[in-house]
Design a protein. Structure first.
Length: 181
């Protein structure tokens, strides 16, 4: 079951990579929302989207961890497309972050998404986590290059929901909203 799921996601990714030649589109962040479910475990010092000018917009956030070190983390990702309300689209997966960080090559789909953000954060090391987690100035047009040059995602509104699960308890959700036009 699990290996099949992994393979099938990989096949989907390969398929979209092959379809992805002539699409030129523009991705823009439209919103970011962070919410904690476990304030004594973690909370957000800040979480915002900033437009510097018409061409430069970025997202930044800082999650404070109050019970460190953290040795068990899973992340549940669901990508939604907005039709009549947000509907799941293509990706719905849970990743053991500690296993992934130890051996990235085994998780090609996750690696693909992870590489969009790694340069803009301090999460790039193996477990445990003993410090605040920062995403700093993740630019909309960097996401743009990755998604639109590589993935032929149809135009529209999207939301990536990420739930952060530590010790099997859902601690926080971070939602990234964007429009591909
Ligand atoms: C937007 O702001 C960035 C960063 O300050 C700057 O490098 C860029 O030239 C600006 N672009 C325009 C069109 O003003
Ligand atoms: C994601 O997949 C899980 C397991 O198959 C399922 O229980 C859940 O409802 C799905 N979530 C969405 C938003 O479709
Ligand atoms: C993240 O860590 C890996 C493995 O240590 C390294 O190869 C990679 O260059 C790092 N990425 C960044 C953006 O620092």
């Amino acid at each position: 079951m699990v290996p099949f799921r992994k393979i099938s996601l990989f096949v989907q990714l390969i398929l979209v990579l092959h379809l992805a030649k002539e699409i030129s589109a523009k991705f823009e962040f439209t919103n970011i929302k962070c919410e904690t479910f476990s304030p004594t475990f973690n909370d957000f010092e800040y979480c915002f989207l900033k437009s510097v000018n018409r061409t430069y917009k970025y997202a930044s956030l800082r999650a404070r961890l109050h019970q460190v070190p953290i040795t068990k983390i899973k992340v549940h990702f669901v990508l939604y497309q907005r039709l009549n309300g947000y509907k799941p689209f293509l990706y719905n997966m849970t990743v053991d972050a500690c296993k992934f960080l130890k051996n990235r090559k085994r998780y090609p789909v996750v690696k693909f998404f992870y590489e969009i953000v790694e340069a803009y954060s301090n999460i790039n090391h193996t477990c445990p986590y003993s410090h605040d987690v920062i995403f700093d100035k993740l630019p909309a047009n960097f996401v743009n290059h990755r998604l639109t040059d590589i993935l032929p995602v149809p135009k529209g509104d999207y939301m990536l929901e990420t739930n952060w699960i530590a010790y099997d308890i859902n601690r926080a959700v971070i939602k990234f909203y964007g429009t591909l036009s």
